[in-house]
Ligand binder design. Structure first.
Ligand code: ME8
Length: 631
């Protein structure tokens, strides 16, 4: 058995700012990586960015910059976020790096040499946002079945991967390896999909330039998913460092359920063709909504993980995500739920346990205690702790993070009850010093093991606890130097506690609930239907568009409003080229007081939604008559 653990996150597209969903997968993978390190395994933890493909090409174009420039900008947001969230990745891969280019080219050639790539002609539907091919029968109301967005028809010469050949081998592999896909419900989905028979897969494009060229035919670029999935072996050293590759590969892939098919079907088929071992496991987690709503760019409700970490603290944020919902199920983020977790689990249960225990050692024993190996082990506490560790390990190895945390919290409650049951204050009052020492040293040992168990989820807090109970090394160094120390009562020594500030200050109700609004304020907060009716919103047709001289933001539009032509100056030039906007039906405010912008009289305002570095004009869903009113 190899004593190694290789875990990956998806590589995230660089056309989006990081949100809570990205943070979730990465925090989960980080917790797994930290856990395996504490077991003494050699860990390789990889994350990175997916920088090629039509989606990136399009976003860059809309911003008037080169795709690489966009990637260079956005990658920094991800790197910064991983630093803030205390992510301990060992490598960060960008698909535009040379090492990756080399591996993709090598793998493509190898699969071609094995006879699994042939040239043909592709004609089918394509969903750009998902970078996915679709057959006519997969479309729902002519739209992408996954995301509901419009699809494009593509017809072009293409290289195909003989995926049909791998229907049987893949099915056999999935059947023989029940743990390959997690959770079981998703495994069944994939089995049903594969059973229908796999189609050969188009793996090259001539319609885009932003990608890795097909070796020997650079009219084609390699399909972005072939390129992206290969990142997992590039970073592991394939084929340039086979020693590293053999040490770490195969990996556990942590992903969201949206991209399971790529990881549990396409990727294994590529690997089968190349004669490489398949991933150890594909772990697909569920989907987060925000305050009950789907997160989406158009709603602008994507949750910014930087802001959450700042507001609630990094460790509470990490804890919440992995505790709130079982890994694999969908979950909802709400501030209320977050605050409840902080006040109850963190401040009340864990924070109080640590604080009152340390304070008692300080007061009753002049800060000093010894670990129980010297003093004596409390049998029931020790057996509760061993039971907890056993259940916790099972859950962690199964990626059932919330179950693992439940086990820890059961133990925290046992420790809190232990204090109530043994009444150290009474022992102190009655001068039963030996009994007091026995109780306190066992309590401190329980807290020490608790710190180790929460370390994968809340590394900073766990280390604070370790240091408060007087252990000078950080948890990873300490546990790795003596793996037995993960268990209860296995270390000895004399220690001195140190009083620390509250680990998790409670969030007061008044901060949580916004103050009641007085009737007068209430009125001010809303507008009446009459107020709204004052705004005349209409549908217009853009007849022509030109850039405004000396401005990189403004386009001058000539718009048919159903009665006449009018000029509207719109601040959308960074996101739309004049060619793109001409012919579109747009929504605009028709009765806005005319204003002069860069010397041009503008008669109205185009409606658009914006968030971070994205902007989308609002267009009617059906082709409705120009001049129609919006209300
Ligand atoms: O798909 N809830 O990148 P991506 C939970 N580049 N997780 C979410 C989420 C949500 N609402 N939204 C996103 C890609 N995620 C490809 C991957 S891998 C070889 C290529 C997380 O930037 C989740 O992990 O769209 C999901 O799988 C990932 O972000 C998709 O990130």
């Amino acid at each position: 058995m190899k004593n190694t653990f290789y875990v990956t996150t998806p590589i995230y597209y660089v056309n989006d700012v990081p949100h809570i969903g990205h943070a979730y997968t990465t925090i989960a993978a980080d917790s797994a990586a930290r856990y395996h390190r504490l077991r003494g395994e050699k860990v390789f933890f990889l994350t990175g960015t997916d920088e090629h493909g039509q989606k990136i090409e399009k976003t860059a174009k809309a911003q008037g910059i080169e795709p690489k420039e966009l990637a260079n900008k956005v990658v920094e947001n991800f790197k910064k976020l991983w630093k803030v969230l205390n992510i301990s990745n060992d490598d960060f891969i960008r698909t535009t790096e040379e090492r990756h280019y080399n591996t993709v080219t090598f793998l493509f050639k190898k699969i071609m040499e094995n006879g699994d790539i042939y040239k043909g002609e592709y004609e089918d539907w394509y969903c750009i946002p998902d970078e996915t091919f679709l057959t006519e029968s997969q479309l729902i109301d002519g739209k992408c079945p996954e995301c509901g967005r419009p699809v494009d028809k593509l017809k072009e010469e293409s290289y195909f991967f003989r995926m049909s050949k791998y229907t049987e081998p893949l099915l056999n592999y999935i059947m023989e390896n029940p743990d390959f896909i997690y959770p079981p419900s998703r495994r069944n989905e994939i089995i049903n999909f594969v059973k229908q028979g796999l189609r050969d897969l188009s793996i090259s494009r001539t319609s885009i330039r932003w990608g890795i060229p097909v070796p020997g035919d650079d009219k084609h670029v390699i399909y972005v998913w072939f390129d992206a999935l290969t990142n997992y072996i590039t970073a592991a050293g394939y084929p340039h460092d086979m020693e590293k590759f053999n040490t770490f590969w195969p990996a556990e892939h942590f992903i969201g359920k949206d991209i399971l098919k790529f990881h549990a079907v396409y990727w294994p088929c590529f690997l089968l063709s190349a004669g490489l071992p398949l991933p150890k496991r594909v772990v697909a987690h569920g989907w987060w909504t925000v305050e009950g709503q789907k997160m989406s760019k158009s709603l602008g409700n994507a949750i910014d993980p930087f802001a959450l970490a700042e507001k609630y603290g990094v460790d509470p944020f990490r804890y919440f995500l992995l505790r709130e919902v079982p890994f694999g199920s969908d979950g909802d983020f709400s501030h209320d739920a977050m605050i409840k977790r902080i006040n109850s689990d963190l401040a009340n249960d864990l924070g109080n346990l640590v604080k009152r225990s340390i304070t008692m050692v300080e007061k009753f024993l002049d800060k000093k205690y010894e670990l129980p190996l010297n003093i004596g082990i409390h049998p029931s506490l020790a057996s509760h702790c061993e039971e907890t560790i056993k259940e916790y390990d099972n859950a962690m190895l199964d990626s059932s993070f919330s179950r693992a945390l439940e086990q820890v919290w059961n133990f925290i409650n046992i420790l809190n009850k232990f204090i109530v049951g043994t009444e150290p204050w009474a022992l102190h009052k009655n001068k039963r010093i030996e009994d007091l020492k026995l109780v306190m040293s066992n309590l401190m040992e329980g807290i020490r093991v608790t710190a180790i168990l929460i370390y994968p989820f809340m590394p900073e807090t766990a280390n604070k606890i370790y240091s408060a109970i007087g252990i000078k090394e950080d948890i990873e160094t300490h546990v790795k130097s003596n793996l037995e120390s993960r268990s209860f009562g296995k270390i000895s020594g004399k220690y001195e506690v140190e009083i620390i500030p509250d680990l998790f200050p409670r969030i007061e109700e008044k901060e949580k609930i916004s103050p009641p609004i007085s009737p007068k304020k209430q009125e001010e907060k809303f507008i009446s239907i009459d107020d709204f009716a004052k705004v005349e919103i209409k549908i217009g047709l853009v007849l022509s568009a030109v850039r405004v001289a000396n401005s990189d933001k403004l386009l001058k539009l000539t718009v048919d409003d159903g009665e006449r032509q009018r000029t509207i100056v719109a601040g959308i030039a960074k996101y739309y080229s004049p060619e793109e906007i001409v012919g579109k039906k747009i929504t605009f405010v028709a009765n806005l007081k005319p204003a002069r912008l860069m010397g041009i009289q503008s008669e109205g305002m185009i409606l658009a939604a914006s968030s971070e570095n994205e902007l989308s004009i609002i267009i009617p869903e059906k082709d409705i008559r120009t001049g129609s009113k919006v209300k």
